[in-house]
Design a protein around this ligand. Structure first.
Ligand code: SAH
Ligand code: SF4
Ligand code: F3S
Length: 456
């Protein structure tokens, strides 16, 4: 086994897990290749948040099945949220897969790989470690064992940007969402461990850190308070931001995702006041109908959400507020949907991810009456796309004629130009030379709904 191909899907948490998987594979002596055809080990790090994610993966796996038929000695592993949701039933659908591993067991990849190699090497079965559930000819899987993978190092895609996991899991159980079932309960990392990691990264050349968690605003709640289990919180998210803001040499601090229910006045103040904290908050609204928000178990009303947005914009006038929206949740009427359109317009989002509701097995919403027909869901999402693109274009146009601070990420798609991001997380393309990893001032000269254009 000399080469590996890894493909990752889903959220930033999953991308970050992919960095750790790469680190483990490379520590084991495997070299990365860009094409599955050239690889001895194929790893698919999966997402199952919506049915479309499953469908996309099935396409990639049929390619892997063909490669496996051509050379049965190849190892095919599937990691991430899909096999975690399906368990061993996964193998009934994809019998050619040699091993699976859930997101709570990323650190056990070497064990899984060893078991999977033994499986694909006839006569070598004696070497298969029992711990990974391997048996000759049978696929390998790692039994569940809660573990905090936050401490595992990863191989970063860019030397000057890094993700840092502040929490794992989610215990919110929004009624449509499968994440709590596949990622386990919400657990915060110790603040000292997070700060030490950020210091090490900055010493290693990182200028921008993005803190990751499914609900970062709940950070610290599960940590023992002062006096070991005593009253009070050890630390909360605004306090964590303040301590990281003090790390010398860290230029930009970002975080995803914020849950509106847990967004505090102090968090708003942190965005407005801490110099390294970027003026961007990703704040998923999901729906603008209070009835639907209740059925989703989101814990806020449309008016409460809009009040947060108003306070954010008042405290930090350049803040960009982006969101996630779901169209066609069970029971959603035309009136409910109209309330979503109205709330979206009122919030004047700078950007949005819009999703067709997708029933997930095991979630509460999948069992609700009044499932909305597919064509209605699709039609509504198309209307949301139209509205949110128009709002994003208007928000971006307001930057034309102003100067923006841009962290250069690399060459742009247009020959001779470079590309970077503003503090608001908007991509800027501009002409002239600037080294990746540097921060420059750019005059904004044009805007689309997704990008800005500029010159130095
Ligand atoms: N923890 C984050 C979201 C993680 S999932 C948060 O709560 O904000 C990312 C987005 O996928 C969600 O915000 C939601 O808009 C969408 N999503 C999750 N489950 C979905 C489902 N079953 N159907 C459609 N969209 C879904
Ligand atoms: Fe899913 Fe809700 Fe948790 Fe986000 S907060 S991951 S939407 S259950
Ligand atoms: Fe997908 Fe798992 Fe993230 S289901 S959205 S990769 S937590």
């Amino acid at each position: 086994m000399r080469t590996y191909y890894l493909r990752s899907f889903g959220c930033q948490m999953n991308e970050h897990d992919a960095e750790r998987l790469r680190h483990l594979l490379e520590a084991g002596g495997l070299a990365p290749v860009g094409e599955p055809e050239a690889a001895d080990v194929l790893v698919y790090n999966t997402c199952t948040v919506r049915e479309s994610a499953d469908a996309r993966l099935a396409g990639h796996l049929s390619g892997a099945a063909r490669l496996k038929r051509e050379r049965p000695g190849r190892v095919v592993l599937v990691t991430g949220c899909l096999p975690q949701a399906e368990g061993v039933a996964f193998f009934a659908r994809f019998p050619f897969v040699d091993g699976i591993l859930g997101p709570q067991n990323v650190h056990r990849l070497p064990e899984l790989l060893e078991a999977a190699v033994a499986r694909t090497t006839p006569g070598d079965a004696a070497r298969a470690p029992g711990g990974a559930g391997a048996a000759p000819g049978r696929p390998a899987f790692v039994e569940d064992g809660p573990h905090m993978s936050g401490e595992l190092p990863g191989r970063r895609a860019r030397p000057f940007q890094a993700w840092v996991q502040v929490m794992s899991g989610c215990t919110n159980f929004c009624s449509y969402c499968i994440v709590p079932y596949v990622r386990g309960p919400e657990r915060s990392r110790r603040p000292e461990a997070i700060e030490a990691e950020v210091r090490d990264l900055v010493a290693d050349g990182v200028r921008e850190v993005t803190l990751l968690g499914q609900n970062v605003n709940a950070y610290g709640r599960d940590l023992p308070g002062p006096g070991e289990g005593g009253g009070g919180e050890a630390i909360d998210f605004p306090a964590l931001l303040a301590s990281l803001d003090g790390v010398d040499g860290l230029d930009r601090l970002r975080f995803v995702t914020s849950h509106p229910r847990d967004l505090s006045e102090r968090l708003i103040a942190a965005v407005a006041e801490l110099p390294s904290v970027c003026e961007h908050v990703h704040l998923p609204l999901q729906s603008g109908s209070d009835r639907i928000l209740g059925a989703m178990r989101r814990g806020y009303t449309a008016e409460g959400f809009l009040d947060l947005v108003r306070r954010l914009r008042a405290a930090a006038p350049d803040v960009s507020v982006t969101t996630d929206l779901i169209a066609g949740f069970p029971g959603e009427t035309e009136d409910d949907f109209a309330a979503t359109l109205a709330a979206v317009e009122e919030a004047a989002f700078d950007g949005a991810f819009t999703f067709v509701y997708s029933p997930r097995r095991g979630t509460a919403a999948a069992e609700l009456p009044g499932q909305v027909p597919e064509d209605v869901r699709r039609h509504r999402v198309a209307r949301l796309v139209d509205l949110t693109q128009g709002l994003a274009l208007a928000a971006h146009r307001r930057w034309v004629g102003r100067r923006a601070e841009v962290l250069v990420e690399g060459p742009s798609r247009h020959a001779g130009g470079v590309r970077g991001r503003t503090r608001q997380h908007v991509t800027v393309n501009f002409g002239g030379a600037a080294a990746a990893g540097t921060i420059v001032e750019v005059e904004i000269t044009g805007a689309t709904s997704t990008t800005l254009a500029g010159r130095r």
